[in-house]
Design a protein around this ligand. Structure first.
Ligand SMILES: C[S@@+](CC[C@H](N)C(=O)[O-])C[C@H]1O[C@@H](n2cnc3c(N)ncnc32)[C@H](O)[C@@H]1O
Length: 272
């Protein structure tokens, strides 16, 4: 997948290893590598402007991050883990994945891993393994750097992060090649078609796979899950308009800005 509008660069005074890491990410993701130094150090903003890029993937000793022209950063972090640990199984996402009274999840697949915020929170609440799938190469690079970093930091987020794995793959293809009933639950959180406004939304959409939920992915998820498939949608979207087969969703768990639709595993598969 091409990522137009993005460059890869480094921190101000990169070591040889940092430069090599940045070059190899650029090569892997088919994105231009632009060195920070041309006799003197050039700002990330200037490099972006010169290359007509809207953002830069910046490799430094501390972390890898996306920096947007005009402000804003994105990198792998524990997100709202502290909230999930406080509210536990009462959180709408957690109730959708595992309704009250049911045995805790031991394994689940996050088929649209993103920056793994949901995955880390789910692993934190259940202590379960979360197998993450991510099709965007730049997002996969952020995850491959960020998850081991969170583990090394030895914070309250380190154990949950250690339960999340990342596979750079298209979720439909990966799930189709995995066996049936290979996990308790499959979670689907593709990019919203009408995104909730946020300063980083445009940049996120630049690097992410923005395809809407397809019948193929839904089918693969229903086959892979032993218990259910959960699909995150904006709270303004009616269930009748959600996904390729709206009739498949039997439960809607309401949150503040987003809701979670639930389909029991092995619901009638989708005609694709
Ligand atoms: C809205 S983000 C997910 C955010 C995530 N739930 C979190 O908490 O950080 C959607 C992610 O799914 C990825 N994606 C979309 N379609 C995919 C597919 N078919 N296979 C794998 N990843 C996919 C996108 O690249 C993007 O990173």
């Amino acid at each position: 997948m091409k990522s137009p509008g993005i460059i890869v660069t480094t921190s101000k005074r990169p070591t040889y290893e940092i430069e090599q890491a940045a070059r190899s990410i650029a090569l892997r993701c088919s994105v231009p590598y632009v060195p920070r130094k041309r006799g003197r150090i050039i700002s990330v903003e200037r490099l972006c402007s010169e290359h007509e890029a809207r953002a830069a993937y910046v490799v430094s000793r501390q972390r890898h991050e996306i920096r947007a022209l005009g402000g804003g950063q994105a990198f792998v972090n524990p997100g709202p883990l502290h909230v999930f640990l406080r509210v536990g199984r009462t959180h709408p996402l957690i109730r959708a994945l595992c309704p009250p009274g049911e045995a805790e999840l031991t394994h689940m697949v996050d088929a649209t891993l993103g920056l793994a915020k949901n995955a880390i929170c789910i692993a934190g609440v259940f202590g379960c393994e979360v197998l993450g799938l991510e099709s965007s190469p730049l997002m996969a690079c952020l995850l491959e750097e960020g998850l081991p970093r969170l583990i090394r930091e030895e914070g309250y987020w380190s154990k949950p992060a250690s339960h999340v794995s990342v596979h750079h793959a298209d979720a439909s293809e990966w799930l189709e090649s995995a066996g049936a009933d290979m996990t308790d639950v499959v979670y689907l959180d593709p990019m919203f078609e009408a995104p909730i406004p946020h300063p980083m939304t445009d940049v996120f959409r630049l690097i992410a796979d923005t395809r809407p939920l397809s019948g193929r992915l839904l089918n693969a998820a229903l086959r892979a899950a032993k218990r259910r498939v959960v699909y995150r949608i904006p709270s303004t979207l009616p269930t009748e308009s959600a996904g390729p087969v709206p009739g498949i969703w039997t439960t809607r768990v309401r949150g503040k800005h987003v809701d979670y639709l639930v389909a029991p595993a092995r619901s009638a598969t989708v005609d694709i």
